[in-house]
Write a protein that binds this ligand. Sequence first.
Ligand SMILES: C[S@@+](CC[C@H](N)C(=O)[O-])C[C@H]1O[C@@H](n2cnc3c(N)ncnc32)[C@H](O)[C@@H]1O
Length: 532
Amino acid sequence: MKNEVYKNNLENEYSESSSLEHRRLLGQFFTPYQVAKFMAEWILLHPKKQMTILDPATGFGIFERALTELKRKKKLSFDLWEIDNNIANKLKLVARELNLDSCLVQEDFLKNGWNKKFDGIIANPPYFKHHFINQKERVYQEVCLRAYFKFSLQTNVYCWFLIKSINLLADGGRLAFIVPSEFLNANYGEKIKDYLKQIGIVLHLINIDFNENVFDNALTTSVIILAEKGNKKHNHINFYSVHNLAELKSLKTFLEKHPKKTYKITELDSKTKWRNYFNGNGEKKLPPSVVPVSVFGRFSRGIATGANDYFALSKLEITEYKLPTKHLVPCITKATHAKDISFDAEEFEKLRENNKKVYLFNGEGANDSYGSRYIDEGKHRGVHLRYLTRNRNPWYALEKRPVAPIWVNVFGRNGLKFIWNTSHCVNLTCFHAFSPSDIGKNYLSIFFLYLHSKIAKELFDREKREYGNGLEKFEPNDLNKTMMIDFRLLENQDKSILSELQRDFLQSRKERRPVVLEKADKIFRKYTKATF
Ligand SMILES: C[S@@+](CC[C@H](N)C(=O)[O-])C[C@H]1O[C@@H](n2cnc3c(N)ncnc32)[C@H](O)[C@@H]1O
């Protein structure tokens, strides 16, 4: 076992032999050994020779193994928490093997243990939604009361671990946490960011966006938080980005040499996505000539049927069930059905002929025999009992959405993909749909061209949510909040050139499009004084 404790073998064996469902339920995704060592180095920079250490979510003790390997003549005593008995039993063996001076508590960390303070706190806390927190209300009251701080009840569990741990740090204590970076960019994280600013102990935030996904099955990017509770509050935070494991070889070299962006705490805005501070966008002030996208219209989520296998139909299925056209709504049901930058009646016809599912069944008002028969068929299949359908009245009615002139791909690897729609199709949730406001109606074609411009991409990038593996996602509100050029400032001559360019853009082949966009970009840049 000796050699094995300094690798990830224990974790890997466990991940292979236990169900993903169980692991998800308890947030059991493990830290790569090299990352654990990097974080352990931070804790061991504490000048004390004898240290008390807390790990509130120990797993197989990756951090304890790393601390033991690096220990540098210190005497460490550990308080370890692990809720899962199977893991805890194995952990006991690890502790014995390493001769750890440790106390293992096989209970829920959130519910107990407020009385002791620690010189070092190190953790990769569980990650799951607040709904699954045991005795949520009671734990919430206690955390808020003890931390003198109120956060959103909708906060993911890892933030609850973080807040509690911060409050268990002794004076001079050092904390190293690795958590999903979601809170830096999600709404629920605003309060947590406020809190981190206010307590003034955080020194370094290291955003990990590895090219390969090192946290198996956890589809998230992560951030390492390094903090120290000094005599005085820290007044700045360093932001770093790392893209591969090799960059985290040695903490000392990393802190000395790795490029960073440093911001005064007073400069940091909790309301914005902090991902912009890692890439330096936070420094770039936007010019006064920008307004939110919502001035020109709104993106909204597509239709959620709750049972696409039943509601989405192909030509053949329609013939089979003899469904009359009055119950059918043309619809784009898959992002892959719209391959290029425009979608028209002809494209729709091709999909229909190829027997793709391009219609939705709308059962509302279906009092004829074929419509009623298909509703009965749905009941027979149990469609009416699914989550969305049982909350709809009647269950077979569709959400009412207008046909949108612009769609955008929701989830992807290569940025946003906007589509100009002239068909009569509505859309499912594979796209968000844009409905122009009264102001926006006057600029629709220019807006579409603008969406493809470099300026728009840079501005949208500030709002995107990133997942592991380079996946990017935008919620409709991320798009609506994004700032854009105020088209009302466009001179008439520029307006007509841009409309012309939009037609050119739609009609030209792929190879020519960058040339068209380059011309449009030049005009758009005239209206932004900043160098984006
Ligand atoms: C993300 S894993 C991290 C394990 C290990 N520290 C590592 O980094 O590889 C979180 C661990 O916390 C345990 N856990 C989950 N909820 C807990 C709770 N409420 N109290 C204590 N431990 C918990 C899980 O069983 C899991 O082993």
